[in-house]
Design a protein around this ligand. Structure first.
Ligand code: SF4
Length: 251
């Protein structure tokens, strides 16, 4: 069963297609349990976990997830936004971890439909799961934004870095790229060596973004990450949606 947590139309705030108007579909569930960078205040309650807590914390939020029973439902979600504009926005499939559904016929056929209708599709993934591309060839036309988790996620390395999967997404996806979220503490802790070890075998672009789900935190981390990028040669990515709308939801 596929679960859709939320959908919205906004500006892609991160990575290679930063600034592009995009339709976001956020799917529920994840195969990892990152502790994230702290606790989040949601509805007056402090909850520890990653920054997409609504898409991974089943006990607290699953009642808000909608089950998707056919691909027509997802197509309708997309078309309700497309009908408002005179162009094709990008489509971002995010989570949680959307690749837990990669071999589900509804999910896959929806991706095929999106590509056939001229949408550029990006899947934001932790890069620990991938289907065999021979059996699911449409994924060769999808861009994978590979947010491989670092030691600051709290997950064991064997779970968060799966070289064979990274290779498949990096080499067989369409212009796939790496994306890492950093703050001053993580930069002090050998993060450069970790990123190099993960990315070295590949030619794909590497983006580093400052941690921050609000403008103040983002701005506090931005200069440190920018300096890190200058030292290491990686690309700096801001988080435009946070700059523009701070903590507003569905942005
Ligand atoms: S992989 Fe991403 S969505 Fe899953 S728990 Fe970690 S940060 Fe959250």
């Amino acid at each position: 069963m596929i679960y859709l947590v939320e959908h919205f139309f906004s500006i892609q705030g991160e990575g290679r297609y930063s600034g592009v108007p995009s339709i976001f579909l956020r799917f529920g569930g994840c195969n990892l349990r990152c502790r994230g960078f702290g606790a989040y205040e949601i509805g007056g309650e402090r909850i520890a976990g990653c920054d997409t807590i609504r898409a991974v914390h089943t006990k607290r939020f699953k009642h808000m997830w909608k089950s998707v029973d056919d691909e027509g439902a997802l197509q309708s979600v997309v078309m309700q936004y497309v009908d408002r504009v005179a162009y094709r926005p990008d489509i971002i499939l995010t989570g949680g971890e959307p690749m837990i559904y990669a071999e589900d016929p509804i999910f896959y056929e929806t991706v095929v439909w999106m590509l056939e209708h001229g949408f550029r599709v990006t899947i934001e993934t932790n890069a620990t799961l991938a289907p065999p591309f021979e059996a699911y060839p449409a994924y060769r036309d999808v861009t994978f934004a590979m947010a491989v988790k670092l030691s600051n996620s709290g997950e064991p390395k064997a779970k968060r870095v799966v070289p064979g999967i990274i290779r498949r997404l990096a080499e067989e996806g369409n212009d796939s790229f790496f994306k890492f979220t950093l703050d001053s503490t993580s930069i002090e802790k050998e993060v450069e060596r970790e990123i190099r070890e993960i990315c070295e075998p590949f030619e794909n672009e590497i983006y580093c973004m400052p941690l921050g789900d609000n403008v103040r935190q983002l701005q506090a981390n931005a200069p440190v990450v920018a300096e890190f990028c200058l030292r290491s040669g990686y690309r700096y990515s801001d988080r435009l949606h946070v700059r523009l709308w701070n903590r507003e939801e569905k942005r």
